[in-house]
Ligand binder design. Structure first.
Ligand SMILES: [Ca+2]
Length: 303
């Protein structure tokens, strides 16, 4: 059982080239890796012509000499670790081996991509929009919301039963899933329903475009305007906007009287196209139409 602490924004699946030769060794630690990344293993070792022997109990990964990732609670044979460090081994492969049992991984204050690999793991993303990585396709897993946490069960048994807190995204081989329906995923789902229609929440492409914009700081109103411009073209009229939003939210075109009311809101400047779109997106009727309550239990799929 290992405990991993990420100290700065880290993608544990970053497959950057990495050479894992041991570059220095003493009785209490040995270091492997090539700049800018090095991993120093601690424990109690003996060095002989036959190689390293002893037990590894922890590790610290540095990037440009700054600590990035700490692992404690290891109980690995030093020679076995050295074997896994063989040249051309990628760091994700190393992590997968070190974390093959039941582990706890805690993210940094920034966005991270965490992985517990096999075993029954606890992943806590901490602050930031964090992802958890699973190596198989989504259909092979069951993700269930249980209070403030998510439980991810791997039907094949390889990845075990994981408990996730403060994790906003799941990354599978074929698709990703946004879990933060109370955050950016909810904003994106509502806007998709109001601007593209309730069935658009099933579009993994549109959801992905919206999430990437929202996650990089695009405001909800700016997202609405981008969506309207995309859906209606840049030269649309205010009536086009009202017709589109009303029809998508209610399922029928607006009666003339309603059309006049909303046209008045836009013409008077009470609402902008974007704020009217957000108003429509946040109505209970739109939330019901897109099945927001259900999405909160399953997540919003995106690519
Ligand atoms: Ca594990």
């Amino acid at each position: 059982m290992a405990t991993v602490q990420l100290l700065s924004s880290t993608d544990m699946l970053n497959g950057e080239p990495w050479q894992g030769q041991v570059t220095s060794a003493s009785g209490s630690q040995f270091t492997a890796g090539t700049p800018p990344v090095a991993i120093t293993f601690t424990g109690s070792f003996a060095l002989s012509s036959a190689g390293l022997s002893g037990i590894v109990d922890g590790a610290v990964q540095t990037r440009n000499d700054v600590q990035q990732l700490l692992i404690s609670g290891l109980a690995e044979d030093a020679a076995a670790v050295q074997g896994v460090l063989a040249p051309a081994q990628s760091r994700p492969e190393l992590y997968a081996w070190l974390l093959r049992a039941d582990d706890t991984v805690t993210g940094s204050m920034q966005p991270d991509l965490l992985a517990g690999f096999r075993g029954t793991d606890t992943l806590d993303g901490g602050a930031g929009i964090d992802g958890a990585f699973y190596s198989g396709e989504r259909a092979g897993y069951q993700a269930t919301k249980t209070g403030g946490a998510w439980q991810v069960v791997d039907h094949s048994g390889l990845d075990g039963v994981d408990t996730l807190v403060n994790v906003e995204r799941l990354s599978f081989e074929d698709v990703s899933v946004a879990l933060d329906l109370e955050g950016n995923a909810g904003t994106v789902a509502r806007i998709l329903g109001a601007v593209f229609g309730r069935h658009a929440v099933a579009s993994t492409e549109l959801a992905g475009i919206g999430l990437r914009l929202a996650d990089t700081g695009t405001t909800a109103e700016a997202l609405v305007q981008l969506a309207l411009d995309h859906r209606l073209g840049p030269w649309h009229t205010t009536d086009d906007v009202v017709n589109l939003l009303y029809t998508n939210v209610t399922g029928t075109p607006p009666p003339q009287q309603q059309l006049a009311v909303y046209r008045g809101w836009l013409d008077s400047g009470l609402y902008s196209e974007a704020s009217l779109g957000l108003y429509a997106a946040q109505t209970g009727e739109n939330e019901a139409g897109i099945g927001l309550a259900g999405l909160a239990q399953t997540g919003l799929a995106f690519v």
